[in-house]
Design a binder for this molecule. Sequence first.
Ligand code: ASP
Length: 337
Amino acid sequence: MTTKILMIYTGGTIGMESSANGYTSVPGFESLIRSRLAHSHHALLPEFDMLELNPLIDSANLIPSHWTEMADIIIRKYEDYDGFIVLHGTDTMAYSASMLSFILQGLSKPVIFTGSQIPLSQLRNDALDNLITTLLLATDNSINEVCIYFSGRLLRGNRSSKVKATGLDAFNSPNFPWLGQVGLNVELHSNLFLPQKQPRFLNPEFKKNAVVILPIYPGINGKHVELLSSDPDCKAIILRSYGVGNLPDQNQELIDALKAAAQRGVIFVNNSQCLQAEIFQGQYACSSILNEIGVISGAEMTLEACFCKLHFLLATLTSTAIIKNNFAKSLAGEISR
Ligand code: ASP
């Protein structure tokens, strides 16, 4: 039986064309892909069908309902294909890959996100190589998870972040090893892959403003916490703390605002501003107050994984205690313990 892949183009640089206002997504990317791949015709290259979101999005315009739309396509077509590729803009690819890993738990086929820093329509580009390698990886039935493939790196989706704005090696996985690297050879670290489990797909409707991100900075005004948490739509706030989870505990206004909001039921998650980090709340005296307030640890999760996991849990569970409990557990390999 021939292997068949579904490629979903959501928008993003890979399929963009130049316009008077800069790069923009244009429908009909399939014909350009097929014409470029015609030159790379090879027995190893799998057959694929292609779908496009309508309208296409620059991923800077991504909103939570787009996750439901992308996941819905994969769930509907799940039995018809051996693997899935999501062509996505790089700006928010790590968010979408994280969210799809939570929606599509227990995958038994690869779902691989890719894109590029330079459009396929340009003479010099990184798109063709990312496309061809992702097509080959999407045929590998030992991959049972949502990944990002970009510039020689196969990364777990919910461990990935965009780390470079202009470099072609735009993505990395700061707190987890790469699942594979592609150079002269394709080297996959299958010992790191998620085991195959029973599919448990839950594709909820997300509430747009339920999760808010607040960076901590010198002199932060506690009124910002008051303001954000008084929005009835705001159910959770991610505090982007310093280092291992520190924040200014001598800023009484901030601490009082955190306490008051937590008492009103707002969930606070501690996530470090450092790219490579793990949270140890209470390692320093300045962060021990957070344990008292009931702030939960983001452990070594990326910001994107924290944000999407909170959205996912808020959309699928109702009890705050259960949400907090589940947040500490690994749903799709986003956390090691
Ligand atoms: N703004 C583009 C997007 O995220 C950037 C890219 O694809 O690299 O859709």
